[in-house]
Design a protein around this ligand. Sequence first.
Ligand SMILES: *Cc1c(COP(=O)(O)O)cnc(C)c1O
Length: 397
Amino acid sequence: MMKAYIEEAEKALLHTYNRYQVVLDRGDGVYLYDIEGKRYLDFVSGIAVFALGYHNREYNDGLKEQIDKLIHTSNYYYNVPAIEAAKKLKKVSGMDRVFFTNSGAEAVEGAIKAARKYAYLRDGHTGHEIIAMNHSFHGRTMGALSVTGNPKYREAFEPMIGNIKFAEMNDFESVEALVSDRTCGIIFETVQGEGGIYPAAREFMEKVKALCEERDILLILDEIQCGMGRTGYMYAWQKYGIRPDIMTTAKALGCGVPVGAFLMTEKTAQHSLTSGDHGTTYGGNPLAAAAVSRVLDLFEENHILENVNSVAPYLESRLDELVAGYDFVEARRGAGLLQGLVFTRPVGEVINRALDKGLLLINAGTHIIRFVPPLVITREDVDHMMRILKECLADLT
Ligand SMILES: *Cc1c(COP(=O)(O)O)cnc(C)c1O
């Protein structure tokens, strides 16, 4: 049955993904089921999206209620779910103003426009520069792609938007060397996800923040993957005692409903995008906003951060066993429930074996297995994952 669907998919869908050979059907908690009824322990959660676990009744009911009331209206009118979602998002992030988007990439687009507009108002001219990081990932639209530090993703689509320079993450001198009077923003992920799970070093974060303040440059932190509780903080930058000028969020923000946002400080908002500068038809519509609102309520009610902070050290210690136990497992790095296990060889085979044995894993680059489970996992789920993963590794030795 799955095979027939996969064949149809390959005839109908544009082949932009090398998909795993499975057709998923439904979810329950930390488990997914394929259309033949096989169960999978999910350590991917739709790539850091489904934080609350599948089939969460309160989340589903929140959406159903909103569907029966109002799914969409134009941003030319106010709607209560968007107002409530924005208020809650401000509270958990400590930022001042919210613009809802439909995706992460669009949140990055908005952040770039805001930074350019800020500098335009400041200097009275255009042509400003943005500094981004090598190995970064910010999305696939042209602006977001332009600040993505992976030439392979960009090459065929040149020219990118102009005036982007790339520095090295966690190498402050490399950033400083690129700063000029034209720099309007410095953008990076607080924890690089796609590029290999590299958390920002504290000293790097502090120095970049100080540089930004001194030179009136906007610090833009991409929290699309590492935000929403994943590192044990609502937003990963909150650990560093700094605040960005602009922040992007998406993925787990809607827990499955496509929604993102960029947020800014009041000062940035007062001196950047204004009426007519930016818009979106769907962004922050009542259904998406109701999802955000309910997700943020459930994070609090279900003590999601507490769970991350209690389970993550256990996951770390169990993964460290693998670093100690297998010579082809080189290192572990990450923060909270965003962890990477670095191999000396490509990990595709391990991931395929895990799939066979009922465990979903995903890579970050060719040599790293990325662990991004739902934020509601327990130690028992970690043990379950480890049993399967160890079987897969034993097959390799
Ligand atoms: C996934 C991701 C994006 C892009 O988000 P989309 O919703 O896929 O457009 C941007 N930045 C980071 C850090 C991401 O992980």
